[in-house]
Design a protein around this ligand. Structure first.
Ligand SMILES: C[S@@+](CC[C@H](N)C(=O)[O-])C[C@H]1O[C@@H](n2cnc3c(N)ncnc32)[C@H](O)[C@@H]1O
Length: 429
């Protein structure tokens, strides 16, 4: 085990800033990466050729695992300072260890959800998501000093320092290029896999056959859950939000993006809006809508095709909505950001926008990070989000092998969080 890891076990009590922080800073200054893993250290000690680790126990994991349950306020403050120091040096908030846990997951398992440690990790996640997005958008190239490693931007070790630091950093430097090549190959393999996965790529999804079975809409061959009826309570909250701030009760205009099982659309229809727009792109879903008579309803306008193609013409026609709901499949957060551009143009000043909030919902720490990221992004548009906590049905939180679990016969549980944050978005006044 390296000195860095040893320190992060927080064995010496009391844990004070004076005792721990200078040691941590010194090790990081020497060039030991804040993402240096236990696995790397073990391999190093055995003199093994370094391999690309698919699971990693970082110093942050070790700290989260070692926080004493009886930490005093002073100790808490020292531990937070160590966490901050690691983040400042490029520690990753979402790297996973061999149990597929991020540091946040370790805190959650240890009953430390919602503590100041948890908040630190969530805030770091929010910063990282926003910074990485900006870097990607602007295509910024770093010359010389910085390298991207294990998903974190770290300082490249200066040549002068190399002589002073342990062998691990030297060998890392020598093997950097080889490791980068292996990583690139792995990235390419993952990309290909994603393109074949209908839940990750819209065009693949739109060419995938779907089946309506009892309580769910699934992809035919892989059994990915596109929509499931356990979400009914969440759809009810969504539908209620759309009718919360009607400008003129004689002219109520509502838009739903993504028909799926028609759960929210049936609820909207019950409220008898003047005009009910439904946007849907999948041919099998459109067929089902036709069979069920949605195309023949007088007040319903079905926009056939991707919202990316069917909504922009509405902007030019001066169509405005009291309520807009968004719940699609296989789209990414980037798509939602593009939708915000349209929402601000189509939502009445008094209107409400809501969406199925499944962003990062297969991991609590990611769910909390995206709760804040959305808030920040919407603020850029002059929109404010209010979240209401809803408890999902317990069957949605059961493992697929448990009796009564909604995930039985579904390829992957896309929901694991104990609380649903229902978003209600309005113009900030
Ligand atoms: C999760 S389901 C919606 C479920 C719906 N909220 C309900 O209550 O049943 C997602 C739907 O969005 C549709 N969809 C996915 N991407 C789309 C896009 N870009 N434009 C329009 N519809 C899309 C899918 O075909 C699917 O029917």
């Amino acid at each position: 085990m390296s000195q860095l890891h040893e320190l992060c076990y927080l064995k010496e009590r009391p844990i004070t800033k004076d005792e721990y922080l200078p040691k941590l800073k010194a090790l990081l200054k020497k060039g030991i990466p804040s993402t240096y893993t236990l696995e790397d250290a073990e391999a190093e000690q055995k003199g093994e050729q370094e391999t690309v680790q698919t699971s990693t126990t970082t110093p942050l994991h070790i700290i989260c695992e070692s926080i004493p349950s009886d930490a005093t306020l002073e100790e808490e403050s020292a531990i937070l300072a160590m966490i901050d120091e690691l983040f400042m040096n490029g520690a990753g908030w979402c790297l996973t260890n061999k149990n597929n846990e991020t540091p946040g997951c370790v805190l959650e398992r240890r009953g430390l959800y919602g503590t100041s440690y948890w908040e630190r990790i969530v805030d770091a996640g929010v910063r990282a998501e926003i910074v990485f997005r900006k870097l990607e958008q602007n295509n910024i190239e770093f010359l010389g000093e910085k390298v991207v490693k294990n998903g974190a931007v770290t300082e490249k070790v200066a040549d002068d320092d190399i002589n002073e630091i342990p062998e691990l950093v030297q060998s890392e430097t020598i093997q950097d290029m080889e490791k980068e090549q292996v990583r690139q190959k792995e990235d390419a393999r993952k990309k290909t896999q994603e393109l074949e996965d209908p839940s990750k790529d819209l065009n693949t999804y739109l060419n995938t056959k779907l089946t309506y079975k009892e309580g769910a809409l699934v992809t035919n061959s892989r059994k990915d859950g596109v929509m499931m009826d356990w979400e009914e309570k969440l759809m009810k909250a969504g539908c209620d939000s759309l009718f919360k701030s009607i400008e003129d009760p004689d002219d109520v205009n509502v838009l739903n993006i993504g028909f799926g099982m028609g759960i929210i659309d049936s609820m909207i229809a019950e409220k008898k809006p003047t005009k009910h727009y439904i946007c849907e792109a999948h041919p099998d879903v459109l067929n089902k809508m036709k069979e069920d008579g949605w195309m023949d309803r007088e007040n319903v306008v079905v926009l056939k095709g991707k919202w990316q193609d069917t909504l922009p013409p509405l902007l030019g026609q001066g169509v405005f909505f009291d309520g807009i709901y968004y719940d699609t499949y296989s789209e990414h957060y980037q798509d939602m950001l593009e939708l915000f551009d349209l929402v601000v143009g189509m939502l009445k000043m008094t209107g409400t926008f809501s969406f199925f909030n499944g962003l990062g919902a297969d991991r609590l720490v990611c769910y909390d990070v995206y709760k804040k990221v959305v808030e920040l992004d919407l603020a850029d548009y002059g929109l404010r989000v209010k979240y209401t906590d809803i408890k999902p049905p317990k069957e949605a939180l059961q493992h697929k092998n448990e009796q009564g679990s909604v995930w039985k016969d579904i390829r992957r549980a896309y929901w694991t969080c104990p609380t649903y944050y229902h978003p209600e978005i309005t113009f900030a006044t």
